[in-house]
Design a protein around this ligand. Sequence first.
Ligand SMILES: [Zn+2]
Length: 406
Amino acid sequence: MHRSQTADQEMVRKVNRSLVLNTLRLYAPISRVEVANLTGLNRSTVSNIINALIDEGMVWEQERQDSRVGRPSVSLTLRPDGGAVIGVEIGVDFISVLMTDFVAKPLYQDWIDLPEASPQIDVLVQAEQSIDQAIALANQQRLKLLGIGVGVPGLVNTNRGELIFAPNLKWRDVPLRLMWNQRFHLPIYVENEANLAALGEYYFGVARGVDDFVYLSSGIGLGGGMIVNGKLYGGAHGFAGEIGHMQRDPNGEQCACGRRGCWETQVGPRAVLRRVKNTLRESPDSPRPVGCAADLSNLTFTMVSHAALNGDPICRQAIEGVAEHLGRGIADLVNLFNPDLVVIGGALSLGKEILLPVIEKTVFDQSLGPSSNSTRIAFSERGKDACVYGAVAVVLDDILREMVLV
Ligand SMILES: [Zn+2]
């Protein structure tokens, strides 16, 4: 296909501009020279793009003290007042809402604990009320709202913004984009929560600058998000990453998806609790974790991880057992994807001091030599906020791209 030279130049200009904007979003404050180094563009191209962005009110250039040379240097940042973005996570037993400015600085944050299996309408109404508060604050500060990103624990049709199936919520076919478009009159982006958490870690957390990694989100379920070549890997229809439902034991525990022995039944905080309870029932004279009732009904993962860290052998063994199952599954992922990094997030992170050495050893033993040597295992840096930050990143990504392509 023949294209005119002008059209090619125009496309190159847009791509370069997008590259500069995203570099500023990720690494600002930085100098023009640093932008040139990070993007690989030549200095005069970078300067032309930046001059245009400053004229358009999207970028600021300010003096800063450079400690290395002891004299002021000039650095660039995106303007925080470029707009506000809302990120929402609908979890199995919580709702989390974050609003940030144009440079992802938090302006509003809300966390609502919910009883598990709350009716869908209650969950949505509580989320909407929290979003209303965030919007009121943005209006008060005269910030233009750019969009709402939403993470949900299940399969999502991202093109249509619909939740298709969330086994642990027991929700099916919820047209979230349509519903919240009508309610809030803003662009709505719906994604799987582990995919968003992977993005959150990629843009704002432990995986910054790592273009090939796998994120595991371990809570009530086990979700996965894969960044391949710097992009979220969705597969043919956007459903990739349902690694929690890889079947690892056909005779194992019942899973919320209806089958038995899925990976997520073996590795979450619930699996740890099940192990501790089984052992304590078998040996009733053993000491109980601090705060635990005689009938074990109020035992929590927090109690178990504290007890394990304080030397309780039963709690420690339970966490180590789960770590081994986690390590075996991660070894498969390492063999399959050869990632630079595997990030573990979610509630399981509480026991990371005990989990990490066992996971590392199992991955090393179970995956093929060269790939296991080059894969790092790390725990999430954004923790429980990884998904809402990823939700903000999805909106910013799209807004920046649109600005570039208009
Ligand atoms: Zn399952």
